[in-house]
Design a protein around this ligand. Structure first.
Ligand code: LMR
Length: 334
């Protein structure tokens, strides 16, 4: 056999082998988030991993990086847009810096009374509209995952707005939350979630707001003497992917992943309330934080002070979006 055709044969065989080997390589999804494993989002991300890997029979590998181990707040959105990571599930309070301020409608104090009102928005036209606004940022919205209702914490008893005066309060990167804290006469401090425990421990900030699951799993109960059950807002997540990556997936794989995401979303929203109730019990059991239950008059004073934030941010979140949400949840300002 002439040497040239022999070489061509070897080259052809090598190429075929290499591309077969490449085709065998699993598609890797790096999924980064900032909370502990033992939380609604921590568990739901692991569950998505399990379903995605099982149902694609290993053609997809999901690497979950919890607790800001890969990217922390302020880094993860850019990493997603660059394609350094393929999936995130940030709080809806963290889209302002991306230029999609409308997501801050979720941050308006006391806009939702319960999960069913929240779902009218996340599962309805507003939820879809907000996801569409991400497309131009190279991001695709996949689902909304619940965590829970936020409560304020501090090292002094906090019952009415006057108790918050002059306190430095850690918040997520949301202007609406900044106005919420100012409406209480306190000082907002935007800070990455991974830095909150230390900031509370050293007194860089005096207090913060969290659902019990984040409060407990970040050990904030060790550095906060009081937790006031204000339920004044929600932590809700938007599960998002890099659009180029997602659109570039083989169609069968994308369909399977969409199914896995749908089931992981049901799981996330089914466990959210219990995860927070259990965390609150754990805080009580640990005995380092006093739980404050507000009497109706105290809660009304909080609502009265915080409702001003709605009007202030009407144009920021979009009058149309706000009107639609008010209608969906039959919002009445007391
Ligand atoms: C926070 O920064 O307080 C939360 O968004 C963290 C999280 O992802 O629940």
């Amino acid at each position: 056999m002439k040497s040239r055709s022999y070489i061509a044969l070897i080259a052809g065989a090598t190429l075929a082998f290499a591309s077969a080997a490449l085709a065998q390589q699993p598609i890797v999804i790096k999924f980064s988030h900032v909370v502990a494993l033992d939380t609604p989002k921590g568990k739901a991300a692991e569950y998505f991993k399990k379903l995605a890997e099982e149902r694609t029979k290993g053609r997809v590998k999901v690497e979950v990086y919890p607790n800001s181990t890969l990217y922390k707040d302020g880094e993860e959105m850019e990493a997603l847009q660059l394609g350094s990571v393929q999936m995130l599930a940030p709080s809806v309070a963290k889209f302002g810096p991306l230029g999609v301020r409308e997501f801050e409608v979720f941050d308006l104090p006391y806009i939702f009374d319960d999960f069913s009102e929240l779902h009218k928005v996340t599962d309805g036209p507003v939820g879809k509209k907000l996801f569409q606004k991400l497309e131009t940022k190279g991001i695709v919205g996949l689902a909304y995952w619940d965590n829970g209702f936020k409560d304020f914490s501090a090292n002094k008893p906090i019952k009415v707005p006057a108790d918050y005066k002059g306190m430095k309060m850690r918040i997520q990167s949301s202007k609406v939350l900044g106005d919420e804290i100012k409406a209480l006469g306190a000082i907002p401090q935007v800070m990455a979630f991974s830095e909150v425990y230390q900031a509370l421990q050293t007194g860089v900030v005096d207090g913060t707001e969290n659902p019990p699951s984040n409060f407990y799993t970040q050990k904030m109960n060790e550095v906060q003497k009081y937790l006031a059950m204000t339920d004044h807002g929600v932590i809700e997540y938007a599960v998002i992917a890099n659009k180029k990556f997602w659109d570039g997936l083989p169609a069968d794989i994308r369909t399977t992943l969409e199914g896995a995401m749908k089931d992981a979303t049901k799981y996330a929203n089914d466990i959210a309330k219990k995860e927070n109730d259990d965390a609150l019990e754990a805080v009580k059991k640990a005995g380092k934080t006093q739980i404050i239950t507000l009497i109706p008059d105290e809660k009304n004073q909080m609502k009265k002070a915080l409702f001003a934030v709605h009007k202030e941010n009407e144009s920021r979140v979009g009058k149309d979006i706000l009107a639609e949400v008010y209608k969906e949840v039959d919002f009445k300002q007391q």
